[in-house]
Design a protein around this ligand. Sequence first.
Ligand code: HSE
Length: 349
Amino acid sequence: MMKIAFIGFGGVGQALAQILQERKEKLEAEYGLETKVVAVSDMMKGSVYHPDGLDIDRLLTIVRETGKLENYPDTKGVIKGWDSIETIKNSNADMIVEVTFTDVETGQPAIDHCRAAFESGKSVVTTNKGPVALAYPELSELAERKNVYWGFEGTVMSGTPALRMPVVTLAGNEITEIKGILNGTTNYILTEMETGKTYEEALKKAQELGYAEADPTNDVEGYDARYKAAILSSYLMKTPIPSKEIPCKGISHITHEMVQNALNENKKWRLLAKITKQDGKVTASVQPELLDATDPLAGVTGPTNAILYECDLAGPIMLTGAGAGLTETGYSLLIDLIDYQKQKTLERI
Ligand code: HSE
């Protein structure tokens, strides 16, 4: 029985809790994944812990109706008020689901949460890009030394398996290049501009639809895609590159005229993250590129993401799908939990 502590309980955490509840029988029967949520600790909503497990339906109803975990019934054995680090260290959870609001520039508080979990011999699954983009060498070494699991499938393309698919299914190939449209907001803006909107109009619409943040700098200047390029380089190319060292150009300088001129020449602008391996050396970059309209990546429109792996044996393979969304990102955590369960069955953890 996997005992789970949620650190952070916003939309993504709640989506995973709901999936675990709704698919309980199937997950147990098909994957041997038996779970129990023992703790939830959220900076805004408070915290609740019971070593024997909490009632997920009740948790979700209370959080959705009152916004406060303190309103969970005080039955015997319930402890309230632990902060995130206390919950990680003191609870009997063996799996920490780390889904806090983390500052992607510093990676905090998620980096400290991962570190505390690994040092306590606990595994972590997270959708936070910060710890993987900024502290992969340290954290992966610590997790390995403590023989615990670290899953982060959702950090690139949410529930579209951009990390697991190449490792598991494309195993045996040499991947020489990875190219991707890894940011939904910018792809939405560029493709809206193809329909005649100005940059400002397209950005405003992206914000209204909730794709872009209120401060869209991370998206439009390419920083979000750059973090993802750093993750791909560490995890798939086995070469950590500090994200600040990845050359990066966003799309805020792209004008209506540039997009229309490109269309007249049968070309399209796409913001591409690229990681290339040549003579054993790995380089990465993020910048808008002009693609032929027939290029498969040019055909990716709206907030959809896509990634293309150049494989030496299988040739180019492209994966396309959502790059964000609560259920999709909640599902990315389930991919990791099922993988953890498989590794455990194989006695690798
Ligand atoms: N803001 C990101 C995007 C979502 O627009 O793709 C998740 O990284």
